[in-house]
Design a protein around this ligand. Structure first.
Ligand code: ADP
Ligand code: ZN
Length: 721
């Protein structure tokens, strides 16, 4: 190759051609450095006929500067990058950047300098130094990372290095990971589990594309059975990717994995240190990493030799990325498996309606685990009608749930209360003038967090301390909290059961794998009586002494008119119900609702999953919603309200008129202001026959906008805000 076409890692640039200097070896997929004006860019050598041509004559081409010391991206991955870009109407460079997601990894093998405490003391001890030394006990990391951990400036730490309090350590970044062993500890599977496991193993051995829906009730041993498929892949020396929805769950999963395979898997998530990130990336690219467990971003890593993909809790909303490239990791996982010719297992007790539909249409194979392992019964579900059984004023726990909680505490069993609302109260207002605290950057109320004494926006992260007096009328001590969050429910529990030990479980309290592990250990040891939590507690946890689940407000998720509101409510309540009675003692679930007649609530009470899915399927068919039709959203935003509105109207007037694509809007988005940007929205509803992506691409390309306007395309949207 003496002329190379590059996909450069900059979405604003098209493909660029370069001369390959004499003596430089490149191939398709090579990651290279090229000159661009006075700067340098990273690029990937691409098949020239798969990118738009550039017209610079050979003689005028500049030469590539270097080939980076990483394996070339394989053809399967290049095709996945193209597909993702096409399908989600996103720049290829933006997708490729998710692949090259560790800048450090590109720099080739290296050692790096980390620092740790020597045990010495500085000549002059300041409070800041003392706090830093205390915080850094047992830590070893770069100066920048240590500065984050200790909450002091890098300058303070450099001072400590000069004083000999911190010492440098050279570490080999790419030291190998411990090896997992396929047969480290073999499980004793039930007959049902064995049947499913055998089929999964067979699929791994076949080394062909096979999309499989693993549909099993909560606690049926889905994890246990797909571990057998992982074992087969390890034995065949092929890599495995396991996608998990929530990083906070990883710790419990990791110890289970280690017990089965004798070594921890390689983990991939956003809070990895840069060195760990780089080490994982290179081990994945070289094929040394055997099993990777990660959040959705692990999907785009450059596996050398993939043999199996598992998406656990595959119905989870968190697999949908909501900014940048707005992709759904569950769907991309299936495409990746197809390009790689490997099986993909979607495991869930409450599969997405789309996944069930694929199974019913014979496109996915469905494997079923119909009952809980060890004979545990599914819990008994009852409704509490809040219009009849009223909680006291300023309270949210109705008498039947209170009685059940007293009973559990007396017996020494655990209760779990579910409310999908972080903080103390979702709205704060002034009793005197009615002023409501709103985020300055978003059209959203500020949520009171009493534990951390702040008012916070859950959309942009804006925070302030609650003021002493109303900022509008100046009245002191006049702020009232409206509505419940988990912190307020925990207060109610503390008042009702003063001797109970209560734990609040949200992304605020379980914000690191260590905290998650600590919580799990306490719950298992029985030192927690009542857990109050958000959707975080609906997933994965297995506490044998937990026999009561209370859903504080099952109607909450049904508000808002979101396309998947009913499905999501069903999934969340069924999942949280699945936490009850997993041990020997039977479980009971009380669902508080004002709408016992709503189909989703009635189906939950009856434990009739099929009835729910049938009703929901009909509703979707009628609405032309997925899987029968398709939705896409276009969000137009600008810091200037008029500019956003005009851009939206310009797009609106040039809308395509087609039989099979309907365009709704433009209208102000439900979140009309987000992070300081005004937002307008157009919705597209298309029949399955339409080529929705090319309609959108052509349409957007035909209209120009001022530079302050941003367009975001969301194909198969989950969030309609
Ligand atoms: P799921 O993933 O379907 O919710 P799990 O795989 O987490 O189910 O299994 C639920 C619980 O039952 C776990 O604690 C697991 O260790 C246990 N379990 C399931 N199958 C077996 C088995 N064959 N032998 C021993 N324990 C099992
Ligand atoms: Zn905000």
């Amino acid at each position: 190759m003496n002329r190379a076409r590059l996909l450069v890692m900059n979405a604003a640039l098209g493909p660029l051609d370069y001369k390959v200097p004499d003596g430089m070896e490149v191939e398709y997929g090579s990651v290279v450095v090229a000159p661009l004006g006075p700067r340098q860019v990273t690029g990937i050598v691409w098949e020239a006929d798969r990118l738009p041509a550039t017209s610079v004559p050979d003689a005028k081409l500049r030469g590539l500067l270097a080939v980076l010391d990483v394996p070339p991206l394989r053809e399967e991955l290049r095709r996945l990058i193209e597909w993702t870009s096409e399908y989600y109407v996103a720049p290829m460079a933006a997708v490729a950047r998710m692949v090259i997601s560790s800048g450090g990894a590109l720099r080739g093998p290296a050692t790096m300098t980390e620092y740790r405490l020597t045990g010495g003391t500085p000549e002059r001890m300041t409070p800041q130094r003392a706090a830093a030394i205390e915080a850094l006990e047992g830590e070893q990391a770069t100066i920048r990372e240590l500065s984050g951990i200790a909450g002091v400036s890098e300058g303070v730490l450099r001072g400590l290095v000069n004083q000999g309090v911190l010492e440098p350590v050279e570490v080999d970044i790419d030291r190998p990971y411990p090896r997992a062993r396929a047969d480290f500890h073999l499980p004793d599977l039930s007959d049902d589990q064995r049947k499913v496991a055998d089929r999964l193993v067979e699929a791994v051995k076949a080394e062909e594309f096979a999309p499989i829906l693993l549909d099993g009730v909560t606690g049926s041993g889905k994890t246990e059975t797909y571990f057998e498929a992982i074992s087969a892949a390890i034995a065949a020396d092929r890599q495995v990717l396991v996608l998990l929805p929530e990083i906070a769950l990883t710790e419990a999963f990791l110890s289970r994995f280690e017990a089965r395979f004798g070594a921890a898997p390689v983990t991939w998530h956003s809070s990895l240190k840069s060195t760990e990130r780089r080490r994982a990336w290179r081990a994945i690219a070289s094929g040394e990493a055997q099993v990777v467990v990660g959040a959705r971003s692990a999907l785009f890593l450059p596996y050398a030799n993939l043999g199996l993909i598992v998406v656990d809790e595959a119905h989870e909303v968190s697999f949908k990325q909501e900014d940048g490239v707005r992709y759904n990791a569950r769907d991309v996982a299936v495409m990746r498996a197809r390009f790689e010719s490997v099986p993909v297992v979607l495991a869930s007790a409450t599969p997405a309606l789309e996944s069930l539909h694929m199974a019913d249409s014979g496109i996915y194979e469905k494997l079923v685990l119909p009952s809980r392992f060890g004979g545990a019964e599914l819990p008994d579900i009852k409704l509490v009608n809040l219009t009849e059984e009223k909680p006291g004023s300023g309270a949210w726990i109705a008498p039947p749930l209170r009685r059940a909680m007293f009973d559990r505490l007396e017996k020494g069993e655990q209760s779990l209360l579910f409310l999908n609302r972080r903080g103390y109260a979702p709205l704060t207002l002034c009793r005197h003038c009615g002023f409501r605290f709103q985020c300055p950057n978003c059209s959203a109320w500020l949520v009171e967090h009493r534990l951390s004494a702040r008012l916070a926006c859950h959309h942009c992260g804006h925070e302030t301390a609650p003021p002493e007096k109303c900022p509008e009328c100046g009245e002191p001590d006049c702020l009232v909290a409206c509505g419940p969050g988990v912190e307020r429910i925990a207060d109610e529990v503390a008042e009702m059961l003063p001797e109970a030990r209560v734990a609040i479980v949200t992304s605020d309290t379980l914000n690191s794998p260590e905290k998650a592990a600590e919580f799990v250990a306490m719950a298992e040891a029985g030192t927690i009586d009542v857990i109050v939590g958000t959707q975080l507690v609906t997933k994965g946890f297995h506490f044998p002494e937990l026999t009561l689940v209370g859903v504080i407000d099952a109607d909450l998720g049904l508000e808002g008119g979101d396309l998947r509101a009913a499905e999501r409510t069903y999934q969340q309540v069924a999942q949280v119900a699945g936490r009850a009675g997993r041990g020997e003692k039977p479980g009971e679930v009380l669902i508080q609702t004002r709408h016992p007649e709503a189909p989703v609530i009635a189906a939950l009470e009856a434990g009739d999953r099929d009835a729910f899915y049938e009703a929901e399927t009909e509703a979707r068919r009628y609405a032309g919603a997925p899987p029968f039709g398709r939705w896409a959203a276009i969000i137009i935003s600008s810091e200037d309200e008029a500019e956003a509105r005009e851009a939206a109207n310009r797009l609106g007037t040039t809308r395509p008129t087609l039989d099979d694509v309907m365009v709704l809007g433009p209208a102000p988005a439900p979140l009309a202001l987000l992070r300081g940007r005004y937002r307008y929205r157009l919705l597209l509803n298309a029949r399955r026959t339409a080529n929705l992506q090319s309609v959108i691409r052509d349409w957007l390309a035909s209209v120009d906008h001022p530079p302050g306007v941003r367009l975001g395309v969301d194909i198969d949207p989950y969030s309609f805000v």
